[in-house]
Ligand binder design. Sequence first.
Ligand SMILES: [Zn+2]
Length: 372
Amino acid sequence: MSATFIVSANEMTEEKPTNKRKEFVVMIDAGHGGNDTGTPGTGRYKATEKDIALDVSLALGKMLDKLPNVKVIYTRKKDTYPTLSQRAVLTNKKKADLFISIHCNAQPGKKGKKFGTTAYGSETFVLGLSKNKTNLEVAKRENSVIFLEENHEEVYEGFDPSSPESLISLIILQEEYLDQSIEIASYIQKEFKVTAKRKDRGVKQAGFWVLSKTYMPSVLVELGFLTHKKEEDFLNSKRGKKIMTKSLYNAVKKYIDLHSEKVYKESEEIISETVPDFEDMQSSQVFKDVTFKVQLSASSKKIAIKAYNFKGLSQISREKSGSIFRYFYGKTSDYEEIKRMKARAKNKGYKDCYIVAYKKGKKVPLAQVLNQ
Ligand SMILES: [Zn+2]
């Protein structure tokens, strides 16, 4: 019996090498470092933003490293300053699946004061254009480290760190990953609120240079305000760092669990989609009260729902949530039908498209519908 088993196991690995789970690579970027201290906070502590960011980054990496199939890499492991450009180049070269940049916030001062002391709470940014003054201030401050770098005019090719809007052309490049960036950002904010009991300042968008140059889902986390005494005390404490690290770990783990499984399932699905037999084309599986759609993309831009904007696909619909527009193809209660539509969208080039489900008009997890 055992001999037979070994033979068939070997055959399986030879025939289906794609069925292995792909290694999930997480790049952790501790903001600032070296001469760039980040925000000094109220000045009551020797530690500044760069130190807290590094402590939390290393602790998070250590926890994630223990997960099977997860590889953690860092932009820095010590008190050094890699340039923003070096951080992005390394992240892309290592083919990371997720980029997390960790920072602490500072409230700008008014009327000659160095800083404000009232703002507190945690927020997570994804790349986008923002007209909101507070979001722009955060992006400006985080981008301003570029001014400290030598040859910054050359390296950043005319990008003005004090004008996050000058990133507009780069923002379009990252838009492909926007939906997943928002997804991980909302897991992080939920954890900060529920696990760490922080004030939830929400998922926000602004023009961060470092997020615009990484070609994978990317977020920038502001753990809290070092200009707020109580929050500064919390973030400097062992307990505070531990609970923020645990929150980030829970969120990233959830994201990995959902997305590495997707890699596994989709490789199987693609095989069946490329060779649809006659029976497949005819089959149907109707779910009462359920509507399926294929999500094609998400964008901060409002695009006319015409076939020419969607690679010739018709039956396009659009939904708005917050400042994000989501674009869908098809609308049916037949799960087999929507699977065929998804295959069609993939053939047209929407390689990351996926099926979403609505029950009585409310969005529900697809797995919930299929397992009912
Ligand atoms: Zn920072």
